[in-house]
Design a protein around this ligand. Structure first.
Ligand code: MYA
Length: 415
């Protein structure tokens, strides 16, 4: 989710060198909205290892307003029914036209309708947490923010929290301070349900990240990626050499690598939860949640297990399908990107599992395979011919004071 759409770094550096001078370089720290919120200030010193963690403001349902916040005249709140195809289409279109772009406005995320349903409708989801804003007169959907319930563990503390995603304001309504109203309203609705902490990620730096990860990209279709400006051919390279260098086998190499099935859920859910305990920021899955998030969904999430002798499940790998529109490109309207999701390497190496996942992505015609440098990924990315991207993803925790978390200590993957 929600970083700037990341591209391969050298392509960006080239484009920037071709443009004018450096940016402003100023270090503004005025956050009229965020400094009204229970989050640390940018200038706060990092919490020491022995300092206590905990909420920044206490949780008190009795003081939560029962009425929705006031919107500017002419706008109204409208929860978006994502099980209704016409309302789902409205959100799909809002995001397709107005959601996250890379820094040069070449690519924009294009979450599919079934992806939006997958992301926003896990077990226990709440309609009121799918917060839309409509123009009263035309009924047009012009802004959205979504939250879903999740059990989050941060530095060992387990919180019944929510995950916040898909904050979007129509391009014509930007910089009018509508985003703070959306954030306050979704906070109020979560608070009313007894939820006072949230996990979220963003490409932008706001007060105050608990950590950040970097995107890495592995070309599957180098010719198209270069054609559309996602990556570039180095000065000492040729297209045919590059294609040969990046060629993957036709079939997964690990014996017993096969799609995850419903009957695998209990074992794999336990395997994933056990794996995630090694990290400092992660989500806990019950079996219903695991089935929702990991069972294969056509065109949305691809998940695999390694089945060993006698049927034992030893490892798992997964990725999701998040395409981007290629802005203004007639020949190639869409960049097909696979994003590494949860991978658990126990018997098989992480290297081999990630490679098999990439082979599957290639078989399904993805152009690029993306991964963050979280969990143990950093140890295998270079070897698998990933290159660093220009997009950083900041990790946040709302209303929770805690120590910084390094990329390889992050276990949480938000969409
Ligand atoms: S991250 C993806 C965000 N979406 C996009 O980038 C899509 C394209 N951009 C837009 O639609 C707009 O530019 C948005 C801002 C809507 C982002 N997260 O209304 P404004 C602050 C948080 O005048 P606009 C995702 O979905 C900004 O610093 N705050 O600005 C996770 C400033 O505050 P301050 C952001 O450009 C979202 C204020 O908004 C972000 O018209 C997690 C300006 O408002 C951002 N990405 O609209 C949300 N960008 O003056 C937080 C800007 O203080 C959840 N701002 O610096 C918190 C937990 C809530 C639940 C709690 C439960 C307990």
């Amino acid at each position: 989710s929600k970083f700037q759409v990341s591209k391969l770094k050298h392509a960006v550096e080239e484009a920037e060198a071709a443009c004018s001078g450096p940016g402003s370089g100023g270090v503004a720290d005025d956050h009229a909205f965020w400094y009204s919120q229970p989050v640390p200030r940018m200038t706060d010193p990092e919490l020491g290892p022995d300092e206590p963690r905990g909420p920044i403001v206490p949780s008190d349902i009795s003081t939560v307003p029962k009425e929705a916040l006031k919107l500017p005249a002419g706008f109204e709140w409208s929860s978006v029914r994502l099980d209704d195809d016409s309302e789902l289409s409205e959100l799909y279109t809002l995001l397709k036209e107005n959601y996250v772009e890379d820094s040069q406005a070449m690519f924009r995320f294009e979450y599919s309708k079934p992806f939006i349903q997958w992301a926003m409708m896990p077990p226990g989801y709440k309609l009121e947490w799918h917060v839309g804003v409509r123009v009263s007169s035309s009924r047009k959907l012009v802004a959205f923010i979504g939250a879903t319930p999740a059990e989050i563990v941060i530095h060992g503390d387990r919180l019944s929290a929510c995950e916040v995603n898909f904050l979007c304001v129509h391009k014509k309504l930007r910089t009018k301070r509508l985003a703070p109203v959306l954030i306050r309203e979704v906070t109020r609705r979560c608070n009313l349900a007894g939820v006072f902490q949230a996990a979220y990620t963003a490409g932008v730096v706001i007060p105050k990240p608990v950590g950040f990860c970097q995107y890495w990209h592995r070309s599957l279709n180098p010719k198209k990626l270069i054609d559309v400006g996602f990556s570039s051919l180095g000065p000492r390279n040729t297209m045919s050499r590059l294609i040969k260098m990046l060629k993957l086998p036709d079939e997964p190499l690990t014996r017993g690598f096969r799609p995850l099935r419903p009957a695998d859920v209990p074992v794999c859910c336990a395997m994933l939860n056990e794996h995630l305990k090694r990290f400092k920021y992660y989500q806990v899955f019950d079996e219903a949640e695991f089935a929702h998030w990991l069972l294969p969904r056509e065109g949305v999430v691809f998940s695999y297990v390694v089945e060993g002798e006698g049927g034992a499940l030893t490892d798992m790998a997964s990725f999701y399908n998040l395409p981007s529109s290629i802005i203004g490109n007639e020949k190639y309207p869409t960049l097909h990107a696979a994003y590494s999701y949860y991978t658990v390497a126990k018997k098989t190496s992480l290297d081999a599992l990630m490679k098999d996942a990439m082979i599957e992505a290639c078989r399904h015609n993805f152009d690029v395979f993306n991964a963050l440098d979280l969990q143990d990924n950093a140890s295998v990315l270079s070897n698998l011919k990933f290159g660093p991207g220009d997009g950083k993803l900041q990790y946040y925790a709302y209303n929770w004071k805690c120590q910084k978390i390094a990329a390889n200590e992050v276990g949480l993957i938000l969409l």
